[in-house]
Structures are given as C-alpha cells and as structure tokens.
Design a protein around this ligand. Structure first.
Ligand code: MN
Length: 138
C-alpha cells in the first residue's frame, strides 16, 4: 500500500518506483501501472520537489504523452522555458527530444504517462536537473 495520504490525482498511487527507475529521479516518486494495452499507461505520482533526470524517448513514431491528473508540476524541453502543469494539461513529447518532468517544489503532482508504442523504442537517461536550476522555478 502507498504511504502517501494526499493523492493529488484520481488513480491509485501504487508503490515507490523500483530502483531501475528511481536511480534516475531526484526525490521520491510512485508508480502504478494501469494497462499494458494502448500504451502502456502508468500513473506516476511525485512528492514535492521530485523530478526525473533529463531523458530522451527514442524510436521513430514513438515518444511519450503526459496527461496531468493533479497537483502542480513542470515540463521542460531542452533549450526551452519550463512549462507549468496543472490537472487537465496534455504534453505531447516527440521522440528524440531531451526533457524532464516532475513536481513543483511545494506540491504533490501526478500524471499519466502514455508510452507511444513504436519499433526500437526505449528511454535514454541523462544528467539530473540541478538543484540550482530547479530552485529557480516558482
Ligand atoms: Mn519523459
């Protein structure tokens, strides 16, 4: 069972990220797979201040779609300004775009992550978002 009391979204929070993912996150996040079909689709919940490393979803025709279900968070593509996210926001992340996503510093945040199926897909994990850069976000 999840330890968190205030689920910001409407889907189950699930369990703490397994180490194969948590090693690429700063702070604690939770993962609840929802379906292997049509995606697959998982619910991801971030504690305040939690975000993933810069990363790239590879594969022609692939990428990732974020459907924001609660709280306040951020998405940033490499070379672009961070975009503040709230429930109802949709972020379509094309393949080969370096980016990160996660919570705001003071709020829980949750999104569904839809992995767009493609041949030869997979994620490449890069460097963390520095405390310096992250702390400048409102
Ligand atoms: Mn991503």
């Amino acid at each position: 069972m999840s330890e968190i009391k205030n689920n910001p979204g409407c889907f189950p929070v699930g369990l703490k990220l397994p180490e194969m993912f948590s090693r690429y996150f700063t702070g604690q996040a939770y993962l609840q797979p929802l379906t292997d079909k049509g995606g697959p689709i998982s619910n991801v919940t971030f504690e305040p201040g939690c975000r993933n490393n810069w990363h790239i979803h590879h594969g022609e025709g692939g990428g990732q779609i974020l459907l924001v279900t609660g709280g306040r968070g951020w998405y940033q593509a490499w070379g672009e300004e961070p975009k503040e996210l709230h429930a109802g926001d949709v972020v379509v992340i094309p393949p080969e775009v370096k980016h990160w996503h996660g919570a705001a510093k003071d709020t829980w945040f949750s999104h569904l992550a839809v992995e767009v199926s493609c041949e030869n897909g997979g994620s490449e994990w890069c460097e963390p978002v520095t405390d310096d850069a992250y702390s400048q976000l409102p």
